[in-house]
Design a protein around this ligand. Structure first.
Ligand code: ADP
Ligand code: SF4
Length: 587
């Protein structure tokens, strides 16, 4: 089966010569394969289209996709009209369980959630939709009772939005006011306690950091008395301890209160411990999406990482995502690019940072891990020369390019002009192959920076950081808002960039999978959040992870099949054994 997709926002028939129509061989032989609707935009007949793909190439706005669908697909669950995005399958929320969706952005998770919230009636690819048809369709399946409730208008839904940075635009006032409004279950005190939010209740929403906004959003969603809960990513801006904490809270909602919880989560270590089952989502962003039947969480994540779904007989990626144990980058042959001395910094006697001196080698990627509020950003800002330390000379005389954790897009400029201005080699084949293509920038070039979504902005910000001419590249939380595919790509881009240019990169991140794949050595931060922090000297992955995880009191093992790290259940046999041996990371 073949589908033709028209992106109506991109189709601008007044600004082109209707090349799709002009060059379509079927139109030229007299068929009405392409017509123009009342709104002037193209309509492509899937029955008449021969699938040659000429219109796709000819459209200067990239508005058309012609997609050959996998044969195994049956009737769609929903289609947004003729030539619209098509969804196959649906996730199945279960009472008392956390159900995960694992897959890239843009392939139907919001559509699925709208259907499951009862705000969108699925049309099964037909022109009209009604609940009777839906109930008939799902009769005898796990979704029947669910849709019965939705059809009666009695389904109560609570959702956490993906982009918490937008909350201050939607709500003005104090944190406590937002939370009280959401709290229809009477669980606010418990949530404030569990998520450690007492200190921020009286603060204005617009004064909160990203991590604080994330906690508020999770608490607000959990505080609502509902039947169906949807958390669209809980991890961005939270440190690993906070992620695990939030994950445990959500699991309890399902297990102890018998709620149906659906989560989308791109931090696989967190998804692994949070979800009972996962549905894998695959397809083509903006074109079609398939939600598979549920799989147990370990099997689902492993299949996803390997890139092949045996039950569906579907390859979703050419290669597996690989986790490797890292050889230590040591020895006299690797040049030290810079050394820094110990330094300290305090802010108005409220927070103090002690950094131990260290050296950084040419071509290496250093991971930085540690709890929020222990001075990681302060540390990199001092290295970057943005802030002066109180004592100690950093002694760095190299050029630094820095991507901050919170990216602002407050300049009115197009992505192409923004990057062209920064990169001397913009447009060269090196830039194209190493940066633009893997980060999928071409489709963003004509957009204004301020119109980009969180994930798009992140990709542009990473490209911008790597575009500057510098000796030393620092990226603060590059994983935020990227899906699993994009995280794997960004990991490759940064590693190759450092290697092939002989440059050094430092990556601050809380996604253990990304840190595991990207870092050759680690800098571990410790301390009491918002009071004091210690930046340890760079050390090997093994020593660093051991220190980091022992501070968190959690242990990881490696999955035998894929070598990916997995969180051990607290106080399980393995957890206790590893702790006894002092091996918090892989054994
Ligand atoms: P991290 O990056 O690990 O989250 P930061 O370096 O951003 O930590 O912050 C550590 C602590 O320092 C926080 O409690 C923060 O509120 C405080 N802090 C950071 N910058 C300033 C500043 N300019 N003035 C006062 N306090 C600050
Ligand atoms: Fe015409 Fe279909 Fe070829 Fe497009 S892909 S030019 S609609 S035949």
């Amino acid at each position: 089966m073949r589908i033709a997709i028209l992106n109506k926002d991109k189709c601008q028939p007044r600004q082109c010569s209707k090349e799709c129509y002009k060059y379509c061989p079927r139109v030229r032989t007299g068929d009405e394969t392409i017509l123009f609707g009342d709104d002037g935009k193209a309509i492509i007949s899937e029955e008449l289209c021969a699938g040659c793909g000429i219109c796709v190439k000819k459209c200067q706005f990239g508005a058309i996709m012609i997609i050959g669908l996998p044969e195994s697909l049956d009737k769609p669950t929903h289609r947004y009209g003729q030539n619209g995005f098509t969804l196959f399958g649906l996730p199945v929320p279960q009472k008392g369980k956390v159900t995960g969706i694992l897959g890239p952005n843009g392939i139907g998770k919001s559509t699925s959630v709208q259907i499951l919230s009862g705000t969108l009636i699925p049309n099964f690819g037909e022109k009209t939709a009604d609940w009777d048809t839906v109930l008939k369709h799902y009769a005898g399946t796990a979704l029947y009772d669910y849709f019965k409730l939705a059809a009666s208008g009695q389904l109560r839904v609570s959702q956490k939005p993906q982009y918490v940075d937008l909350i201050p635009k939607a709500f003005k006032g104090k944190t406590i006011d937002l939370l009280k409004k959401a709290d229809t279950s009477g669980s606010l005190d418990m949530l404030v306690d569990r998520l450690d939010m007492a200190d921020i209740l009286d603060r204005d929403i617009k004064a909160l950091s990203g991590g604080e906004l994330q906690k508020v959003a999770i608490a607000a969603c959990a505080a609502k008395d509902a039947d169906f809960y949807f958390f669209d990513e809980i991890s961005p801006y939270l440190d690993i301890y906070q992620r695990i904490n939030a994950a445990r809270l959500i699991q309890e909602m399902a297990k102890e209160k018998g709620k149906s919880v659906l989560v989308v989560e791109h931090d696989l270590a967190i998804l692994d411990m949070l979800a009972d089952t996962v549905h894998i989502a695959y397809g083509q962003a903006g074109g079609y999406g398939v939600i598979t039947l549920p799989k147990t969480v370990r099997v689902g994540i492993n299949q996803y990482i390997k890139g092949y779904l045996p039950e569906e007989n579907m390859r979703i990626r050419d290669e597996a995502i690989r986790f490797e144990t890292h050889p230590p980058v040591e020895g006299p042959d690797i040049k030290t690019i810079l050394s820094y001395d110990s330094f300290s910094k305090s802010f108005e006697n409220v927070f103090s940072l002690e950094a131990k001196g260290g050296s950084i080698k040419e071509g290496e990627v250093l991971g930085i891990v540690g709890p929020n509020g222990t001075g990681k950003s302060t540390f990199v800002k001092i290295l970057a020369g943005e802030i002066e330390p109180d004592s100690g000379e950093v002694g760095i005389d190299v050029k630094i390019s820095y991507k901050p954790q919170y990216i602002k897009a407050d300049v009115e400029v197009r992505v192409r002009d923004f990057l062209m201005d920064l990169a001397d080699n913009f447009g060269t084949s090196f830039y194209e192959v190493e940066i633009a293509r893997p980060l999928q920038l071409a489709s963003l070039y004509d957009n204004m920076l301020s119109d980009l979504s969180g994930g798009e902005l992140q990709r542009v910000a990473i490209a911008a950081c790597l575009s500057r001419n510098a000796d030393f590249y620092i990226l603060d939380e590059p994983s935020a808002h990227l899906d699993v595919e994009q995280r794997a790509i960004v990991t490759k881009v940064i590693t190759r960039f450092a290697e092939s240019n002989g440059k050094t990169a430092m990556v601050v991140d809380h996604d253990i999978y990304m840190i595991d794949m990207i870092s050759q050595r680690l800098i571990v931060f410790e301390g009491e959040p918002s009071k004091s922090g210690i930046a340890n000297a760079p050390t090997t992955m093994k020593k660093g992870m051991n220190k980091f995880l022992s501070n968190l009191d959690i242990t990881f093992r490696r999955d035998e099949e894929t070598k990916r790290p997995r969180v051990n259940n607290y106080d399980s046999r393995l957890d206790r054994e590893q702790k006894e041996k002092g091996e918090y990371y892989y054994t």
